[in-house]
Design a protein around this ligand. Structure first.
Ligand SMILES: *Cc1c(COP(=O)(O)O)cnc(C)c1O
Length: 403
């Protein structure tokens, strides 16, 4: 089928919850993907950072292939011989001692919410059913009914009530406002260290450390949603590392599955995760041996720290490139590691129009919130490819200014 036929076939049968760029992909390797017409593109979205290690990474494919032939699913009704190894190495990577494996990011967020509530009732003695969690404006934590209930994005939230009332929304990046929102029934703070979907919004320096200090002083759990910011994206294993902040709970997903399959996890210490007892939480696919094999291979790629160092080395190249584009219609830009958000002058183009133009220049990227574009190529990108990516962004900006 051609691109046009495939897109028409999708439109006739799929719920219209996405508006993809008009490209139909069929193969990928590293940072490159190929469409059904044989055109090659540099993937600057990387599956919203699920593909931090690139497409079809040999080590991840091998781990999956080997496990695929042996055992793929046991459910947690039985033990399997891959779960302990994965969990041990993941816990060590996080500096924690307990892991609760799930599948998607939203499930891991839901898990952390349940843990925080149970912890508040059993460890802090809050009256049952009263625990509240502080979240940030502009958050993105997934798409479940509980989670969209505390989203501040009307598209994500409107029409899906009634909403769970147990959340208080405060401005992102304002520690004083956060502290002012703490009440005797506050159990936890749930925050993205850097807001990905909002457009790679970086909080002011010292914010995370201040939130950590508030949580310590007020007896709250700090739940860091590192689903998108974690696992190397910022040049650190976790975005929290940049401020030497250790949350009580790491919420992980996306890249944990290596772009092969959904793998997520909540990682914490026993004094926190130990509040859940037998039968109180679970998932049919959580901790399946195939996911564990891939997840352990992902952890093995992060353990030596080389990929994080590579990201830190290339980050200035991305930063310098985007700084140059301020003369070409980029109003603002934000870079952490190999993660960038930039806001286009609406007179040059909308984010969507820019991404369509960029596609013609051989780069796939995604707009967010109208005028913002995110660049998040696989972390395995080399310097030459990154320079090429920036040249293509520049060509697209120039083409739009001419039109
Ligand atoms: C993508 C994302 C999620 C949700 O992950 P899914 O796997 O899509 O459910 C949660 N939190 C953050 C920060 C994300 O970027």
């Amino acid at each position: 089928m051609t691109t046009t036929e495939t897109i028409a076939a999708e439109a006739s049968v799929l719920a219209q919850t996405y508006a993809p760029l008009p490209v139909v992909l069929t193969a990928g390797r590293g940072v490159w993907v190929r469409d059904v017409e044989g055109r090659e593109y540099l993937d600057a979205l990387a599956g919203y950072s699920a593909l931090n290690f690139g497409h079809t990474h040999p080590l991840l494919v091998a781990a999956a292939e080997q496990q695929l032939r042996r055992l793929t699913l046991t459910s947690r009704a039985f033990h399997n011989d891959r779960l302990a190894g994965f969990a041990t190495r993941l816990a060590r990577l996080c500096g924690k001692d307990r892991v609760l494996p799930m599948n998607t990011g939203a499930e891991a967020v839901e898990t952390a919410i349940k843990v925080a509530r149970k912890w508040a009732y059993t460890r802090r003695g809050l009256p049952d059913g009263r625990a509240r969690i502080i979240v940030a404006e502009g958050n993105f934590h997934g798409r479940t009914t509980t989670i969209v209930g505390f989203s501040t994005d009307p598209a994500a939230r409107t029409g899906f009530g009634p909403y769970d009332g147990g959340f208080d929304v405060v401005p992102f990046g304002d520690a004083a406002a956060l502290e002012a929102a703490v009440t005797p029934t506050t159990a936890a703070v749930l925050v993205e260290p850097i807001q990905g979907e909002a457009g790679v919004i970086v909080p002011p320096p010292g914010y995370l450390a201040a939130v950590r200090e508030i949580c310590d002083r007020r007896g709250l759990l700090l739940l860091a949603d590192e689903v998108q910011s974690g696992l190397g994206r910022t040049g650190h294993t976790f975005a929290c590392d940049a401020e030497e902040v250790v949350p009580d709970i790491y919420i992980l997903g996306k890249a944990l599955g290596g772009g092969v399959l959904p793998v997520s996890a909540v990682v914490a210490d026993h004094e926190v995760l130990g509040v859940l007892g037998v039968g109180e939480h679970g998932s049919t696919f959580g901790g399946n041996p195939l996911a564990c094999a891939v997840g352990e291979a992902v952890v093995s790629l992060l353990e030596p720290g080389d990929i994080q160092a590579h990201v830190r080395r290339l980050s200035p190249v991305l930063e310098d490139g985007l700084a140059r584009f301020e003369a070409l219609g980029v109003l603002r830009h934000r870079v952490r590691g190999l993660w960038a958000g930039f806001d286009l002058d609406p007179r040059v183009a909308s984010g969507r129009r820019f991404c369509e133009e960029l596609q013609h220049h051989g780069v796939l990227a995604k707009d967010t919130h109208g005028a913002t574009v995110r660049l998040a190529p696989p972390l395995v990108i080399d310097e030459e490819e990154l320079v090429l990516l920036l040249e293509r962004v520049e060509s697209a900006l120039l083409a739009l200014r001419r039109s």
